[in-house]
Design a protein around this ligand. Structure first.
Ligand code: XIL
Length: 319
């Protein structure tokens, strides 16, 4: 897919989220990933809970091992993620914020985390999610009141963004969210947050639209809606990454393949949309099954047990 994209739009990255385990041990997975994609997002390895399981303890080995493999093949690395409510270690969640003095000490600890991590990866990341899933779950439009919020207040994304910029001024910063890939309140809130963050001295280059399609009957992303979305962010001077696209389906129809192809093609044809990433490689490792206890079909990705799926073929045709 990356080779096809290079012919129509040089510089555009098609990436996937990956884990070190299968990359190191499963030859099919490694061949599919390295053979097809030009970009990489570590699926979990750069989340705070894995990078700093205890205060002042950093475990960079797994992320470094993924980056080594990607870099030796010239792939663009997207870092995921700094401030993310769902993936914080316990020590971070429990930082005290009761008194002003406590808040100042917690602010130092959080900013120390940001500086340590971004300095460690400096020069290796093309882009980075500085805030992931800022809004309340289930389509909310208010900021989640996590430790970042309790410590720094509603302007916390700008504080994180400035600390990231101080440590690595070249990394392109994104705010990443789900459910904001079609027009609506959640999308407006994401646009407003990105603008507000930059108005407060932040360095947000764009937004990540996760584009998980859980159910094609209820949350398919139409070409028209995505085109309107890209225009909206473009007018605000912001870029867009399709950051985590995956489409669950039983493959009884070709709707899944059409959806994958439409999202990729619409992104590729917009200058605002700088890259496309799918949130997995092979159905053999299906995060939906892990997360939802097997409720999903398990036919979600572009490869199935070592073979390209109809969705992969449709994407190739769309390029
Ligand atoms: C998911 C991973 O894919 C799973 O392996 C993990 O168990 C939970 O997190 N939105 C995000 C990603 O921003 O970080 C999530 O990744 C998927 C939803």
């Amino acid at each position: 897919l990356q080779a096809l994209a290079d012919r129509v739009r040089p510089g555009f990255t098609i990436g996937a989220a990956v884990a070190l385990g299968p990359l190191a041990s499963d030859a099919d997975y490694a061949r599919e990933f390295f053979g097809d994609f030009g970009g990489i997002t570590p699926e979990n390895a750069m989340k705070p809970q894995f990078l700093s399981p205890q205060r002042d303890v950093y475990t960079f080995e797994e992320a470094d091992a993924i980056l080594d493999r990607a870099e030796s093949r010239g792939m663009a690395v997207h870092g995921h993620t700094i401030a993310f409510t769902e993936a914080m270690p316990q020590w971070m969640q429990e930082l005290p914020t009761g008194s002003g003095e406590e808040r100042r000490a917690s602010a130092d600890a959080l900013l120390d985390y940001v500086t340590t991590v971004v300095t460690h990866f400096k020069g290796r990341l093309a882009s980075l999610d500085v805030v992931n899933e800022p809004f309340d779950v289930d389509q909310g439009t208010s900021l989640q009141e996590n430790i970042w919020y309790r410590t720094f207040g509603p302007g916390y994304p700008a504080i994180v963004s400035r600390a990231v910029h101080d440590a690595d001024p070249d990394v392109r910063q994104f705010i990443n969210e789900n459910g904001a890939d079609v027009p609506g309140d959640r999308q407006d809130a994401l646009l407003e947050l990105a603008r507000d963050t930059n108005a407060r001295g932040g360095h947000i280059y764009g937004v990540g639209l996760q584009s998980h399609v859980y159910d094609l009957r209820t949350d398919a992303i139409s070409t028209e809606d995505l085109t309107d979305t890209l225009h909206l962010f473009e007018q605000a001077g912001l870029h867009v990454r399709i950051s985590e696209n995956d489409v669950t389906d039983d493959r009884g129809t070709d709707a899944q393949a059409q959806q994958y192809a439409a999202v990729l093609a619409t992104c590729l044809r917009s200058r605002t949309c700088v890259s496309y990433t799918t949130w997995g490689v092979d159905d053999r490792y299906d995060w939906w099954i892990d997360d939802d206890g097997g409720l999903q079909q398990g036919h979600d990705f572009l490869f199935d047990e070592g073979h390209p799926t109809p969705a992969h073929a449709a994407m190739a045709r769309a390029l």
